[in-house]
Design a protein around this ligand. Structure first.
Ligand code: HEC
Length: 98
């Protein structure tokens, strides 16, 4: 029984990581594979950024209320189609980056 629960836990967390990675795939071009790039010479480096901060920022971009470097509208386009689950998954994924 213990083994089954453990397997389920591992499978569950792998799925989460995979979702975050999948959601992040479209961000790679600007932010880098490991979030290490200054996107378009403007953004902060997002690697390892606290997940709560990222969720807040992405929701604000989605709402059109955040524009830190004059490129908020561009980021709005990036996150417009992401739901809360996808935003949380990608934020957790970014937080794990080094
Ligand atoms: C076409 C290039 C591009 C793509 C693709 C892109 N971004 Fe961005 N990102 C930017 C730019 C430019 C900014 C700065 C926006 C501003 O002016 O506030 C930014 C800002 C951010 C910030 C805030 C960083 C800061 O400066 O504080 C986060 C977090 C972020 N992006 C995450 C993502 C995620 C997650 C994705 C994929 C779903 C993504 N971005 C896709 C270019 C991009």
């Amino acid at each position: 029984m213990k083994k089954i629960i453990l397997t389920m836990l591992i499978a569950g967390s792998t799925l989460l990581v995979a979702d975050g990675a999948a959601a992040y795939a479209k961000c790679v071009g600007c932010h880098g594979v490991n979030g290490e790039k200054v996107a378009l010479g403007k953004s902060a480096i997002i690697a390892g950024q606290d997940a709560a901060t990222t969720v807040e920022q992405l929701n604000a971009y989605k709402a059109g209320t955040l524009n830190q470097h004059g490129m908020g509208a561009l980021m709005k386009g990036q996150v417009a189609s992401m739901d809360d689950t996808a935003i949380k998954a990608v934020a957790d994924y970014i937080a794990e980056m080094k």
